[in-house]
Design a binder for this molecule. Structure first.
Ligand code: SF4
Ligand code: SF4
Length: 314
């Protein structure tokens, strides 16, 4: 597995980070145990860091794997905006993941300078946790060009996890070119960059080679988080990145997997899911939720909000 340095002062890690959203209950595509088996396999293949978030609700799934492989690095994220919320998030993460020290801690979905300003108390608390050695690196995840630019200028920030893929799918506030320029700006300041939604949340899985090559073609993107929920996806992605030959059968298995957001017909039309979707992919039509498939990045975040369990990635 190709190894990279995450920014000028960041840790050395495998080029691929395991994106655990794909095995989490939030996406609900595979069982708790199956997810652990997939993750375990990924680790045996050389992946040495895991991306998660408080919202993924899968700390209990990751904890046994982190215990078996103590050298694994863990990244998690929180929506906390106040000092108290951040302290609670940190303590919950440390306890439920079974780690005294968290390798990377990110503020989740920071979309602009204004968002970061609104989270200033949480950020200061995070810096304090870093100075106490509880957290090794701090940063943000973002779906926006403005988020990357604001993150680059944020004092004390080590790492940015931006949304980027070859079609620019899911970038909220600008073009793919603008996102790449922002990433280059952040990387030029020494910040570590690892990409999210490399496959556009599932929209680009028909062209996996193009998706992976695109990320690799930008040297300022040091690493990538890949959401994988099967052994075949791991084999395909890691073989391709290693330059190994891939059988037609494996390619067919991986590219034929389609994902979509399923909305059950018992939807009550309460509208609670609509504002949860930062991609504006949901709306109400004839008293029921409906999804704009071009906007949906299949994150599954809306599923946890629905009081009637109508939303699921299938
Ligand atoms: S509709 Fe749901 S799954 Fe799709 S992008 Fe919005 S929150 Fe994510
Ligand atoms: S939250 Fe659930 S019930 Fe309410 S509109 Fe959305 S899908 Fe329908």
């Amino acid at each position: 597995m190709h190894r990279v340095r995450l920014g000028w002062w960041g840790p050395e890690v495998s080029e691929v980070c395991f994106g655990s959203l794909a095995i989490s209950p939030l996406q609900g595509r595979i069982s708790h145990i199956e997810g652990q088996e997939v993750l375990r396999y990924a680790v045996t293949q050389g992946i040495d860091w895991i991306d998660t978030a408080e919202i993924y609700d899968n700390y209990d799934q990751l904890k046994p794997i982190l215990k078996i492989f103590p050298e694994l690095r863990i990244v998690t994220k929180s929506y906390a905006s106040t000092a108290e919320e951040l302290k609670t998030s940190l303590e919950t993460s440390r306890k439920l993941l079974g780690r005294d020290i968290l390798d990377m801690y990110l503020l989740h979905e920071q979309e602009s300078h204004h968002t970061l300003k609104g989270h200033a108390a949480a950020w200061d608390t995070l810096l304090e946790a870093k100075s106490r050695g509880i957290v090794s690196s701090v940063g943000i995840s973002t779906h926006t060009v403005q988020g990357v630019r604001a993150g680059a200028l944020q004092p004390g920030l080590d790492v940015i996890h931006p949304l980027v893929n070859f079609q620019g799918l899911g970038i909220h506030d600008g073009s793919l070119g603008e996102m790449i320029e922002a990433i280059k700006f952040a990387a030029s300041m020494g910040i570590g960059i690892y990409a999210m939604k490399v496959f556009g949340g599932g929209h680009l899985t028909k062209e996996p080679e193009k998706a992976l090559n695109f990320i690799r073609s930008i040297p300022e993107i040091h690493a990538m988080a890949l959401g994988m929920s099967s052994i075949e996806e791991i084999d395909f992605n890691l073989s391709f990145l290693a330059g190994d030959s891939i059988s037609a059968t494996l390619r067919q298995t991986v590219t034929s997997k389609e994902k979509k957001l399923y909305i059950a017909d018992w939807c009550q039309g309460c509208g609670k899911c609509i504002e949860t979707c930062s991609h504006q992919a949901l709306s109400l039509k004839d008293g029921q939720a409906c999804v704009d498939l071009d906007r949906c990045v299949l994150c599954g975040y809306c599923g946890r909000i629905c009081p009637h369990f109508c939303l699921k990635i299938v």
